[in-house]
Design a protein around this ligand. Structure first.
Ligand code: ATP
Ligand code: MG
Length: 262
């Protein structure tokens, strides 16, 4: 009987450094960062602008090779672009001329998924993200939050075991963002996907995660990892009032030097 080994880490970033060299500049973006993410875990990554958060996501997705150290995804070394991940960016990046459903199905076309199965999964995700009734709408007929929901559906279509998100809700108003946080948390619980989320919102980082990783300024290192001791099912208002939420956000804020009284 063959036994498929289950990796103990979905993502393993091992003593990674990144230097960008050009004729004009030599920038060490990441000094040395190590980080392990267990399967099914939700990790938020925060840090000052320019400390290498997006760079770190690019390393995990194989779009970039580290100058030193190694990255493993689901137990295998990352040696080029990986297709078993999902990626959501700050801007939804939808094709203007394609409907909601056809934007989501783009993922299936790129991966050669079986059309009937892909359509079934797309409709499941459309229902899960509250887009039912908008399947045939074009992107310009949607609000910003709805466009990000479409981007999320597209990223989840092939059931990626790892979802990378780079400030996915940065362009949304505060209320829509809260709503998206609640939805993302539910979707994460339902799909069991491992998530690595980059965000500048401390509340978002803590509300969503099992663990918040705080990076220092460039050249970045891990300043601290903060375990979030909140229940798995999180009511938004109750979470905001929870002492564990206050403890974690206060610590992240201290580390980032945010909100200092002058
Ligand atoms: N392709 C590149 N070539 C040269 N330098 C780069 C490249 N990509 C990123 N950098 C540099 O590396 C550093 C880290 O960039 P990165 O985009 O990862 O930061 P970030 O933490 O995501 O910032 P932000 O919070 O503003 O999005 C920056 O100083 C940036 O100028
Ligand atoms: Mg960035």
């Amino acid at each position: 009987m063959s036994v498929t080994a289950v990796p103990t880490r979905a993502v393993e970033i091992d003593a990674v450094a990144v230097r960008f060299r050009s004729k004009k500049q030599d920038v060490t973006a990441i000094g040395e960062v190590s980080l392990g993410i267990a399967p099914g875990e939700f990790v938020s990554l925060v840090g000052p602008s320019g400390c290498g958060k997006s760079t770190l996501l690019k390393l995990v997705s194989g779009l970039l090779t580290p100058s030193a150290g190694a990255v493993r995804l689901l137990g295998q070394p990352v040696r080029g672009p990986r297709h078993d991940i999902g990626f959501v960016f700050q801007r939804a990046a939808l094709l203007d001329w394609r409907s909601v459903r056809r934007n989501i199905l783009l993922q299936a076309e790129m991966r050669g998924m079986e059309p009937a199965l892909a359509r079934e999964r797309a409709d499941e995700l459309i229902a899960m993200t509250g887009l039912t009734g908008f399947e045939e709408a074009l992107p310009h007929e949607l609000s910003g939050g709805m466009q990000q929901r479409v981007a999320l559906c597209r990223a989840l279509l092939h059931r990626p075991r790892v979802l990378l998100m780079d400030e996915p809700f940065g362009a949304l108003d505060a209320l829509t963002r809260e709503q998206m946080n609640v939805e993302l948390h539910r979707i994460w619980r339902e799909t069991g996907t491992t998530v690595l989320l980059v965000t500048h919102s401390i509340a978002e980082a803590v509300y969503l995660a099992n663990r918040v990783v705080v990076l220092s300024a460039r050249p970045s290192t891990v300043a601290e990892e903060i375990a979030v001791r909140l229940p798995k099912i999180r009511n938004y208002s109750a979470t905001m009032a929870d002492p564990a939420f206050a403890a974690a956000t206060t610590r992240v804020r201290e580390l980032l030097g945010a909100g200092r009284d002058l």
